[in-house]
Design a protein around this ligand. Structure first.
Ligand code: MF3
Ligand code: CO
Ligand code: CO
Length: 272
């Protein structure tokens, strides 16, 4: 039998993994998180997003892992790098030179022994502005509100509600056009993990589910548009956008975060 179809699916098509599978996700998640940790000194004004992507590609090869994004639906790069008003899926570009005060999300997905580790976080080039600092703080904390709601017996709507209500209480908006996703021995699987919603709605979380939570938060309105390159998503009102992503697994009593930063560099307050 194909390894990717081991175990059972719920009625919503969500795969239930067994306890041994957590070890595979933990290793893949830690490889991805370590690569993001090692980028910190590189993120300075003057570097291009293509240079950053090359460092990521080299790091993935260096640890003997595989990039999940190179070749995925025609995508050619080892990361997505989304600067300022880019919401997600920014394409690394030799012409994109980071400027002082730019904020950027770097999203890396690796495959290790067949398991997918998917994580992204925010970085700052040079000096962080106050409004960008607030956006990053709220987006980071929104992810953790979602993770705190990721408990067996809760629903996916509880996760979305926790994120949306926190973001909107801070007078920012949650992007609706992109969502988190199940993963495991595949990159994108059911369910769609919405970052907005109503309590008690959607599938019930069960031990053994693996998925990402990856809220995108805008300072202005939530609407996005995809550019001519068919990948880059930007805010329609050109307001700043931020995103953080963890890959998690539901345990008997709670949630395990597979992609925690080994060096504690997930939240970019280390730059302050
Ligand atoms: N890592 C992204 C996610 O969080 C997916 C990127 S797909 C790519 O799901 F092709 F744009 F790289
Ligand atoms: Co993801
Ligand atoms: Co990702």
């Amino acid at each position: 039998m194909d390894d990717r179809t081991r175990g059972r699916l719920t009625k919503d098509g969500i795969r239930i993994h067994d306890p041994a599978d957590f070890a595979g996700m933990r290793t893949a998640g830690q490889v991805a998180a370590t690569i993001l940790d090692d980028l910190v000194p590189l993120i300075v004004p003057g570097i291009t997003t293509a240079d950053i992507d090359q460092a990521i590609a080299d790091a993935i090869v260096g640890v003997g892992a595989t990039s999940a994004t190179i070749g995925y639906r025609g995508y050619q790069h080892a990361s997505c790098i989304s600067v300022n008003h880019v919401v997600c899926h920014g394409i690394p570009d030799v012409k994109k030179v980071l400027q002082d005060g730019d904020i950027l999300n770097i999203d890396v997905t690796v495959i290790v022994d067949g398991w997918f580790g998917d994580t992204s976080r925010m970085y700052v080039a040079g000096k962080l502005t106050r409004k960008a600092e607030r956006l990053i703080e709220v987006t980071h904390d929104a992810l953790f509100k979602g993770i705190e709601a990721a408990l067996p017996g809760n629903t996916f709507g509880d996760i979305g509600f926790a994120i949306q209500s926190f973001v909107e209480a801070n007078r920012m908006s949650v992007v609706r056009d992109f969502c988190g996703h199940g993963l495991g021995r595949v990159f994108h699987a059911p369910p769609n993990v919405l970052h907005y919603g109503r309590p008690g709605t959607g599938p019930v979380l069960e031990e053994g589910m693996f998925f990402t939570i990856e809220p995108m938060v805008n300072l202005g309105r939530p609407e996005t548009k995809v550019l001519q390159d068919d990948w880059t998503a930007v805010t329609r009102d050109r307001s700043l956008s931020a995103q953080f992503e963890h890959s998690v697994g539901i345990t008997a009593g709670g949630v395990e975060i597979f992609t925690l930063s080994p060096k504690g560099l997930f939240h970019p307050t280390y730059t302050l």
